[in-house]
Design a protein around this ligand. Sequence first.
Ligand SMILES: C[S@@+](CC[C@H](N)C(=O)[O-])C[C@H]1O[C@@H](n2cnc3c(N)ncnc32)[C@H](O)[C@@H]1O
Length: 222
Amino acid sequence: MSETSWRAVDAFLSGRLCPDDDAVLMARERARAAGLPDIEVSVSQAQLLALLCQMTGAKRILEFGTLFGYSAITMARAIGEEADITTFEIDEVHAKVARENFEAVGVAGQIELVEGVAADNARALIDSGAEPFDLVFIDADKPNNPIYVEAAIELAHPGTLIVVDNIVRDGAVIDPDPADEKAVGARAAVDLIAEHPRLEATGIQTVGTKGWDGFLLARVSS
Ligand SMILES: C[S@@+](CC[C@H](N)C(=O)[O-])C[C@H]1O[C@@H](n2cnc3c(N)ncnc32)[C@H](O)[C@@H]1O
């Protein structure tokens, strides 16, 4: 099966199952106009995040990697008024566009964007004794995935869901010594989660509009 077919099937399924949201389309257009990269989650993955929030009743969300706010907006809209989302972003242009999008879409009151180095900001949250999060979405710089997973566990309660995106990387994750540092980060996240006594997890391989990749889904058990 060719990559063209994966993309066509993904477009068909998301077109049929994930209704267009004008607010989100506007946010994406604003990001493209500002020259932001096309690296947000796919429409199907965004819908999966929305469903995970709804199925688990998650309200407090921590996100590593905001970009223009697509995944954060999608989760905020899925949860509604009670959404309490903290999202980390290092790039000041991305942060500015995301903040504008949160205002434009009407979710600024539910999302706090914390600008700066995600690892430092996560440590600050831990040190401040922040309330645990119900769902953590890890989608920032991939080499730091192990740091983010460790931080997520420290900021979790039993039942917290941790989603780590982009862990297959065109299959590079099965290379025990990958050349690409992003694949090293993906592999390290798999190893850490596999061996962690407080986590039960699975890895889902995906093909679609974003090529061949996948994500890890882990639940904090205790
Ligand atoms: C893949 S994008 C996030 C996409 C977003 N989650 C979505 O699907 O809509 C990754 C983002 O992480 C940010 N980032 C990269 N390294 C970071 C770091 N060390 N701390 C915080 N943010 C970082 C990038 O600037 C980029 O905006």
